[in-house]
Write a new protein. Structure first.
Length: 210
């Protein structure tokens, strides 16, 4: 996990709210970036560094729900916490279903706000770690030869060496050699590990393994 100070992005059209919440978060040790509208955040899209977004719901122009939807389509990494004075149960349910980490009503008690931010940062860490790991798997996959990719695809689908040899028209010992090379390149020792990597790469559907 990065040791850099997390950046909390506050998006709210109420200057007094931005100032007050920003002051609380700076005192808690966070860096803070302030935006008076959803459009301003889109125009100055935050760098993908550890942090989260505190987002108001009702704002002039683009509202919080619309911004959440747009960021979702962009696969934007930062978690979102809604902080709204106009919250209701249907709205909060909608935002959570759309991927928001939390929905707090203004004025949110300091303890609840800081706890929500810590949960969001933990989720950022988990998501970022998966993203980095997936990138590493893709890099390793790119080192496979065309034949190794064919063998890999069949091995993770449960095919035996003999079956793969028959399907590809190759000698079984050749398939064994390709399989060994694939395992070495992915740095794994078991078929289960190889299947898990194939699932993460989207090459096969998630299994029902317990």
């Amino acid at each position: 996990m990065s040791t850099a100070v997390p950046v909390i992005h506050i998006v709210d059209d109420d200057e007094s709210v931005r100032t007050a919440v920003g002051r609380v978060l700076r005192a808690a040790g966070y860096q803070v970036s302030l935006y008076e509208s959803a459009g301003q955040l889109l125009e100055n899209l935050p760098a993908p560094v550890r942090g989260c977004i505190l987002l108001d719901v009702q704002m002039p122009g683009l509202n919080g729900l619309q911004l959440q939807e747009m960021l979702g389509k962009m696969s934007f990494e930062l978690p979102i916490i809604f902080l709204s004075g106009h919250g209701d149960i249907p709205t909060s349910v909608r935002t959570i279903k759309a991927g928001a980490d939390d929905f707090l009503s203004k004025p949110a008690p300091k303890k609840l706000l800081l706890e929500a931010i810590e949960r969001a940062l933990n989720r950022y860490d988990e998501t970022h770690e998966r993203y980095v790991r997936l990138g590493a798997f893709r890099e390793l996959f790119s080192t496979l030869t065309p034949r190794e990719r064919e063998v890999f695809s069949l091995v993770v689908r449960g095919k035996l060496n003999k079956q793969i040899a028959h399907e590809l028209g190759a000698a079984e010992r050749t398939i064994k050699a390709h399989r060994h090379s694939v395992m070495q390149k992915f740095r794994v020792k078991s078929l289960a590990e190889l299947v898990s990597i194939a699932e993460k790469l989207g090459l096969i559907a998630e299994s029902t393994r317990s």
